[in-house]
Structure formats: C-alpha cells, structure tokens
Write a protein that binds this ligand. Structure first.
Ligand SMILES: NC(=O)c1ccc[n+]([C@@H]2O[C@H](COP(=O)([O-])OP(=O)(O)OC[C@H]3O[C@@H](n4cnc5c(N)ncnc54)[C@H](OP(=O)(O)O)[C@@H]3O)[C@@H](O)[C@H]2O)c1
Length: 251
C-alpha cells in the first residue's frame, strides 16, 4: 500500500517564518486546509494574509497548557488532521567554557521548544491524526542531530533527541494509519541563524530546500535527508570524528 498522504488538513507549528511559513505556503498552494501556529499573532497574520483561507492559532509549543488550548482550537476548525508538521525551533549559541556559564532560562529554552514541545504537540495531535484515513507526523530534525555543532551544544542535542524519538514513535505507530517522517535539513537560509554574525556561507536557499522536502513527502519517504543533512546522516556512521572536526573547524 502506498504511504502517500493526501494534503487534506495540515497543522504547522512555528509557521511565522522560515521553513514553517514556506511549507505552509506550499501546502496552501496545493489546496490543503492549512492551519499555522506560533507565539506571535501579528507575524502569523502577516503570513496568513498572503494566503487567503489559511488560519492562525496561537500555540507556544514550550507551554503544555498553550498546546492543549491550541489543539482544542484546531479541533474546532477541522474534524481531523492529515499532516502535523512539528517545525517550531530555536537555536542558541551557548558557551560553557567561560567563567560565567549560561543561566537557567538559556539552558533549557531549546529543550522545552525543540524537543519537549515536539513531543507534547505530537501527543496532543494524535487523536485528530487518527481520525483521518491516512495521516503523517513530520518532524523537522537537523543534520546537527547526527554530528553536533559545538557552539550550539543544546540545540544539537535536542535534534539528536528528535531523531531518537522519531525512530521510537515510528516503531510504535507501524501498522497504524499514521506515518512518522523526519526531514533532516542542511543549513537553510532562514532567520534561525540570527545569533550568528552572518548566515553560514553554505546555507541552502529556502525554496530549493522546500522543493526537496516536498518531493520527499510526496514520495512517501520516512526519512528525508536534504543536501548536507544526508552527508551528516551518513558521515556520522562512517567517519564521525572527521566530520565533527570539519563542522567545528575554526571554533
Ligand atoms: N534554518 C536551518 O538552517 C535549519 C537547519 C536544520 C533544522 N532547522 C529546523 O527548522 C525548523 C524551523 O526553523 P527555521 O530555520 O525556519 O527558523 P525560523 O525562521 O527562526 O523559524 C522558527 C519558527 O519557530 C517559531 N517558534 C519558536 N519558538 C516557538 C515556540 N515556543 N512555540 C511556537 N513556535 C515557536 C518561531 O515563531 P515565533 O518566534 O513567532 O513564535 C518561528 O516561526 C526548526 O526546528 C529548526 O531547528 C533549521
């Protein structure tokens, strides 16, 4: 049986910019019912205004009560979901080598958003996903989940956790109507890198990344490594130390 899921009703977390907003536009252009979510109503409404019919739900994935409220609002808009894209994410440069290490809020923000948030949203959305004849949960992982960038140590660890959770969730839901997908991006040109002095030189243009991600989803793939995301995935098994040195050279 084909794994391909029709577009239907799509919920995307962290869709006010970058990859989330880009995926929302792609699904909307194909006629899907798209619900975008995030923390900032003004930014979300600016995205929705460009795509008539797209709806906005406020949901802070790092706050379990906000997630419950958000999914209740989603359930009022649609009786089922065919796609959940767990995309919301933040990235921090954290330096543990200095005399004054990062404070508690900085230490856990990425864990709460990138990992705990993704798990919370997945659990809350599963009942709506199970109501569709075929559905999928799409996790936005990272090549850094396979080979860490040491200047973003907690971020990299959250993406390793996302990969591990994805593998277990896929195993648990095997044979169900819900497919579990991990997209493994390379560096993509989005505002995520705002804490770096400049966008990394090897960043993939957002549109090219979106083309490749949508192509993988349409092909029904469980894992969609894109560009250097694939290099990290394979290199982590074949030459982990060399790849770590390469990614962290000069730091
Ligand atoms: N760009 C890359 O190079 C790259 C590479 C690998 C993986 N990724 C992953 O791709 C995903 C999207 O990142 P991006 O590159 O598109 O960055 P981005 O443009 O900064 O987008 C991040 C989105 O997440 C939202 N967000 C942050 N915290 C949130 C929270 N607590 N609750 C709900 N939404 C929240 C932000 O919206 P508000 O701040 O308005 O709420 C924003 O819409 C992330 O998971 C990131 O780790 C990106």
């Amino acid at each position: 049986m084909s794994k391909r899921v029709v577009d239907g009703a799509v919920l995307i977390t962290g869709a006010s910019s970058g990859i989330g907003a880009g995926l929302a536009a792609r699904f909307h252009a194909r006629g899907a019912r798209v619900i975008i979510s995030g923390r900032d109503r003004t930014r979300l409404e600016a995205v929705a205004a460009r795509h008539p019919g797209m709806s906005v739900i406020i949901m802070d994935v790092a706050d379990p009560e906000s997630v419950s409220r958000g999914l209740a609002a989603v359930a009022r808009e649609t009786p089922y979901l065919t796609t959940l894209v767990n995309n919301a994410g933040i990235q921090r440069l954290l330096d543990f080598s200095v005399a004054e290490p990062p404070g508690p809020a900085d230490l856990t923000a990425e864990i709460d958003t990138n990992f705990a948030g993704l798990v919370t949203v997945t659990a809350a959305a599963l009942p709506l996903l199970r109501r569709a004849p075929k559905a999928r949960v799409v996790h936005i992982g990272s090549g850094l989940g396979f080979v860490p960038y040491a200047r973003t140590p907690v971020y990299s660890a959250t993406k390793a956790a996302v990969h591990s959770f994805t593998v277990s969730l896929r195993h648990q839901l095997a044979g169900s109507t819900v497919q579990v997908v991990e997209i493994i991006p390379p560096v993509v040109d989005t505002p995520l890198h705002r804490s770096l002095p400049s966008t990394p030189p090897m960043a993939m243009p957002l549109d090219r990344f979106l083309d490749r991600a949508i192509h993988g989803l349409d092909a029904g793939k469980d894992e969609i490594p894109v560009g250097l995301g694939r290099v990290s995935q394979i290199g982590a098994r074949v030459f982990p130390k060399r790849l770590f040195s390469l990614i962290n050279r000069g730091d």
